[in-house]
Every structure is written in structure tokens, then in C-alpha cells.
Design a protein around this ligand. Structure first.
Ligand SMILES: C[S@@+](CC[C@H](N)C(=O)[O-])C[C@H]1O[C@@H](n2cnc3c(N)ncnc32)[C@H](O)[C@@H]1O
Length: 312
């Protein structure tokens, strides 16, 4: 019995280490992973048995960290109900999801541009209709459509209009991998014992204690008025929310949790703007390099700094 259990654990750990984000997500942390990994590895020891990521998004850090350490408990959350629905569908019903997504992939790929357009917009309408009707019986279908749209849409964006309807146009990929079976199965296994919550970042408070590593990746504070990356969901994340998060970090740090927080660096555009330096003055604030769009024009992509705050 003990052998079987430990065998299962090794199997799950191997799968967890192979899992990666299953959606492209605005603000995805793939690029900053080496910097974030270096910091969390320095604090992971046997006393850290829990992991929390309250702004999980696409989960680049989640999938990286859970494959590298034996956490007994993991908690993830996001305010976006569609994203959370997709995480739960993969955790609880991956084979059905794969079957449905494979059917969509097999129809989409052989089509010409015109037929692909028709299928994409039909899927988008179906997705939005399910969203409006909010019928729990259709949540599995909604997850399938969300992954299909994310894989085939323009730039892999998730964006909704003022009515909450997904409005991203079709993208232009020759052979998109719509159903990545191996990764979906690896993600499903990696998420098996993970608590998945749709809610505010502060809902994680009772989970987090002195044995917990916490990574906060809130919507970035916009560097200027045109780079508004804060509208992931219908609600924005303004300076008041950034301050609320800093107060929350103080409360969790006082409990003894090990915390990493990332954000944009306002000094990229205004060297006198020390918003985060003041907000996190009790902690270590480091500046690391990233390649990002500084404003909405692609040609202004350049190397800029971002901040990483740690309390260890
Ligand atoms: C920068 S993204 C996280 C990206 C993620 N690290 C990744 O690698 O894809 C921020 C996420 O916070 C979520 N969010 C925004 N406001 C929130 C809130 N008040 N509480 C919890 N999540 C929130 C958004 O839906 C979004 O998915």
C-alpha cells in the first residue's frame, strides 16, 4: 500500500514537471521565469510545504514551481471565472475535454481561410451564448471553446467588451496546436490536489501560513496611459488596489509566509516615480530586465526593467 502510494506520488511529480501553461495569457511570466525561479529556489526547503498563487492567470510560475518541489497543498485563484472554469475542467474531466477539442482541431486544420473564419466565429458565438446563459451544465463545453479560441485567435488574447462578451478576432496561424493532449494530461495530473478558487486575491488569507511560498503577479501598474494592461476582467486594478495588495503582503509577511511579488517599474518612464519603492519599503525590491511592449506599437518593444519584491 505504502509502495503504491509513493509510486503514484513519483508518477504525479514526473507529470507535474512536464506541465506548462495551456493558455496564452496577457502578462504571462514565461520570460521572467529564470529570475523568479532563482528567487524561489533559494527559499524552498522542507519547512515550505504549501504554495499559493492568488493571481494565477496562465500559471507560468505555478507549473514551473510545482514540478520542482514537493508541496503538500497548493492554492490558486483568479478573478476571471472563465479561466478558473478551464482549470477545473482540465483537473476534473480531461479526457472528455481532449475528445471534444480533438474534434474541433480535426475540423479546423484542413479548412481553407474562409471555412476557418466561419468555424472560428461560430465557436465564438457559441462561447458567448454559454457565457450569457451561465448554465453550469455547459461549463465543460465552455472550457473546450475557450481553449479553441485562445489557440486560434489573434495574438492569443483574452479580451471582453463592456457586456462581458469575448470579442477577439481570428488569428493567422498556419497550423495551430489546438489540442496538446500530452500537456493537457500533464496539467490535469499536476492539478489533482490543487484548490482552485474564483475570487479576490485576499480570499487566500486563511490558506497562507508560515509554511507557504506565495507568488503575487497582479495586473501590472500601467507605465503610461496607452499601455493599459489592467483590463483582464471587467474590473480594473488601480493604484488603490496595488496599495491593498501591499497591505495584504504585510499581513502575510507578519504570519511568516515567504512572498514574491512582481510588477512594472514606473522608473522606466519617470525616474522620480518611486510608487513601489515606497509601497514595499520593508522588503527587498530588485529590478530585472524584460522585453515588453512599452506602448501599443509593436516597434517600440524594447528591454525595460520590471520589479521583483521579496521578503526573504
Ligand atoms: C498579470 S496576470 C497573471 C499572469 C500569470 N502570472 C501568467 O503567467 O500568466 C494577472 C491576473 O490577475 C487576475 N486578477 C485581476 N484582478 C484580480 C483580483 N482582484 N483578484 C484576483 N485575481 C485578479 C487577472 O484575471 C489576471 O489573470
Amino acid at each position: 500500500m505504502i509502495l503504491a502510494e509513493s509510486g503514484q506520488k513519483v508518477f504525479a511529480a514526473q507529470y507535474a514537471s512536464r506541465s506548462r501553461p495551456f493558455l496564452k495569457w496577457a502578462g504571462g511570466k514565461g520570460q521572467l521565469l529564470p529570475e523568479i525561479r532563482e528567487r524561489y529556489m533559494s527559499v524552498l526547503d522542507s519547512s515550505i510545504t504549501k504554495y499559493a498563487e492568488p493571481f494565477v492567470g496562465g500559471g507560468a510560475v505555478l507549473f514551473d514551481v510545482i514540478g520542482r518541489h514537493d508541496f503538500k497543498e497548493t492554492y490558486i485563484s483568479d478573478i476571471n471565472p472563465e479561466l478558473i472554469n478551464a482549470y477545473k475542467a482540465i483537473r476534473d474531466n480531461v479526457e472528455q475535454l481532449i475528445a471534444e477539442l480533438s474534434v474541433m482541431q480535426e475540423s479546423f486544420l484542413p479548412f481553407d481561410a474562409e471555412e476557418r473564419r466561419a468555424l472560428y466565429y461560430k465557436a465564438r458565438d457559441e462561447y458567448n451564448a454559454i457565457k450569457i446563459n451561465d448554465n453550469a451544465l455547459e461549463s465543460q463545453r465552455k472550457a473546450v471553446l475557450m481553449i479553441f479560441l485562445n489557440r486560434t485567435c489573434f495574438n492569443g488574447l483574452y479580451r471582453v467588451n463592456s457586456k462581458g462578451l469575448y470579442n477577439v478576432p481570428i488569428g493567422d496561424y498556419k497550423k495551430p496546436l489546438i489540442c496538446d493532449k500530452e500537456n493537457l494530461r500533464a496539467v490535469s495530473i499536476a492539478l489533482k490536489n490543487v484548490e482552485i478558487v474564483c475570487g479576490q486575491f485576499t480570499d487566500s488569507e486563511s490558506f497562507i501560513d508560515e509554511h507557504t511560498l506565495v507568488y503575487f503577479d497582479p495586473p501590472y501598474r500601467p507605465l503610461n496611459k496607452t499601455s493599459n494592461f489592467t483590463s483582464y476582467a471587467k474590473t480594473g486594478f488601480d493604484d488603490e488596489q496595488q496599495k491593498r495588495l501591499a497591505t495584504y503582503v504585510d499581513r502575510l509577511a507578519a504570519k511568516g509566509a515567504k512572498i514574491i511579488t512582481s510588477n512594472s517599474d514606473p522608473k522606466n518612464v519617470d525616474p522620480n516615480d518611486d510608487f513601489f519603492d515606497r509601497l514595499f519599503s520593508n522588503y527587498k525590491t530588485e529590478r530585472v530586465e524584460a522585453s515588453r511592449m512599452i506602448n501599443s506599437k509593436a516597434e517600440s518593444r524594447g528591454r525595460i526593467s520590471e520589479i521583483l519584491v521579496t521578503n526573504f
